[in-house]
Ligand binder design. Structure first.
Ligand code: SAH
Length: 204
């Protein structure tokens, strides 16, 4: 898998090492385990998917994680991206709006020994104010527009990586330069599952 990522142009050795360390097959349903190291997304239930390794690597590179960064992730899903961020040395606050996925990811990450990942069952459109500010924020679902609370919860000097658009999204990197100034850069196009508002509880 790491060779495939290299072949697709990922050159950040720190990210490649982290991706080589975290076993992706733990994050997949049994039916797909044999394919865990292919560069493909897979269903994880509730109409959601685990992002493909290339996308996880791409967002991780843009985030430029430093050891001990406090990172907010919106869209825990399987927990795989959160595990990669933790392997890069981050303290990860990750938010999921599907209760069943939240419960699975939370249990799995504890079992796997990821003690620096904290899971929350929330609608991420408001961010997670009680632990703000964050050095880095990553959104792993496609948003039509950048939610303002996420920009406000960035530390000055912090980075937000977020896919913005409709069915196809453009990857944006937004840097907070000061209390009031933000700088925006645009990168490649991706197809994420949509960012949705509200909560989905088990049994409803
Ligand atoms: N990072 C995940 C990718 C999961 S797909 C992984 O590594 O597996 C995106 C996830 O975002 C889905 O689980 C979806 O339920 C969640 N999501 C969508 N809108 C959300 C919102 N407003 N708040 C929190 N999570 C959201």
């Amino acid at each position: 898998m790491v060779d495939t990522l290299r072949g697709r142009g990922i050159t950040d050795e720190t990210v490649l090492t982290a991706m080589g360390l975290v076993p992706r097959h733990f994050f997949l349903e049994n039916a797909f385990e044999a394919h865990a190291y292919e560069d493909k997304p897979f269903p994880i239930g509730h109409e959601q998917t685990i992002s493909q390794p290339y996308t996880v690597a791409y967002q991780s590179v843009l985030l430029d994680i430093k050891s001990n960064d406090k990172v907010l992730e919106i869209g825990t899903g399987s927990g795989y991206q959160a595990a990669i961020l933790a392997a890069l040395g981050a303290r990860v606050y990750t938010v999921e709006r599907q209760e069943a996925l939240y419960v699975n990811a939370k249990n799995l990450l504890v079992e796997m020994g990821f003690h620096t990942v904290y899971c929350f069952f929330r609608d991420g459109s408001m961010g997670l104010r009680e632990y703000a500010p964050y050095q880095k924020i990553i959104v792993t679902a496609g948003v039509p527009i950048v939610p303002n609370p996420l920009k406000q919860q960035l530390a000055v000097g912090g980075i937000l990586v977020i896919p913005v658009g409709g069915a196809v999204q453009e990857m944006l990197r937004i840097r907070r330069l000061s209390e009031t100034e933000f700088q925006e850069e645009r990168f490649d196009r991706f197809r994420f599952v949509p960012f949705l508002e509200g909560l989905n509880k088990v049994g409803e």
